[in-house]
Design a protein around this ligand. Structure first.
Ligand SMILES: Nc1ncnc2c1ncn2[C@@H]1O[C@H](COP(=O)(O)OP(=O)(O)OP(=O)(O)O)[C@@H](O)[C@H]1O
Ligand SMILES: [Mg+2]
Length: 219
């Protein structure tokens, strides 16, 4: 049984042309999978389907199913889904909503009733890992685009889901932070996480064990 199975997904936004048709693939723990293809082809849409943001929040005509460890996640509750899969959104403004970085990073773990001292330690370790310790007490509204991406990535790492969906994680990063993020992605995969990345950058795409090219799929 595969950790993730995407089976026969077809999708169109309401009254729009078909974006994805009969897309299937499988992926396992420890793998890095790249989703590539030209702008507007449906990479972000596919990631939203894999984590059920579509159809839960955004609607459209969706057929097909997503399975985690053989279980259809269509009917999973949020508490069932959250430990399994998390999405780093393409637009970090949609992800970050608390005023201070530390509060933002604590939020998910607080909801899972993780003890406060454990949360503090997780935050310290993750900020160190991504080399953004100096952002801990920053106002989230004043962060740059790339800093927001890093904070959003940190919040995923703290939650430590089995499957990471990373949408354009390289956007807005300095060269130094791109290198750090690449190493962290490799480390997460080595620790047994499944990483699925939509990106334009070769430095990121070349990390992949497997590539789903939506341009080829949609011809
Ligand atoms: N909520 C929505 N309602 C209607 N159409 C949408 C919606 N979100 C995206 N689209 C359209 O669906 C298509 C695919 O969008 P998507 O964001 O999945 O592409 P992408 O491959 O991620 O593009 P990019 O490389 O620019 O991030 C685009 O034409 C986009 O305009
Ligand atoms: Mg996109």
């Amino acid at each position: 049984m595969n950790l993730l199975e995407v089976r026969d997904i077809s999708f169109s936004y309401r009254d729009q042309k078909n974006l994805l048709s009969h897309l299937s693939f499988e992926a396992d723990a420890g793998e890095i999978v790249a989703i590539n293809g030209s702008s507007g082809i449906g990479k972000t849409t596919l990631l939203k389907i894999i984590c059920q943001v579509i159809p839960t929040i955004f609607h459209g005509d969706l057929t097909g199913n997503v399975f985690i460890n053989g279980k259809n996640i269509r009917n999973f509750s949020l508490p069932q889904l959250a430990p399994q899969i998390s999405l780093l959104m393409q637009e970090p403004e949609n992800q970050i909503f608390l005023p201070i970085v530390e509060q933002e990073l604590a939020f998910g773990a607080e909801n899972l009733c993780v003890p406060a001292d454990e949360i503090k330690a997780k935050i310290s370790n993750t900020l160190k890992l991504l080399q953004i310790e100096k952002l801990r007490y920053h106002d989230t509204a004043t962060l740059s685009y790339g800093q927001k991406k890093l904070v959003a990535f940190a919040s995923l790492i703290i939650l430590s889901p089995q499957i990471f969906l990373l949408d354009e994680i390289s956007a807005g990063l300095s060269k130094k932070h791109l290198e750090i993020v690449i190493n962290v992605i490799k480390q997460l995969a080595a620790d047994g996480k499944l990483i699925i990345i939509a990106d334009h950058l070769d430095d990121i795409l070349k990390l992949a064990d497997k590539t789903i090219n939506l341009d080829q799929h949609n011809v």
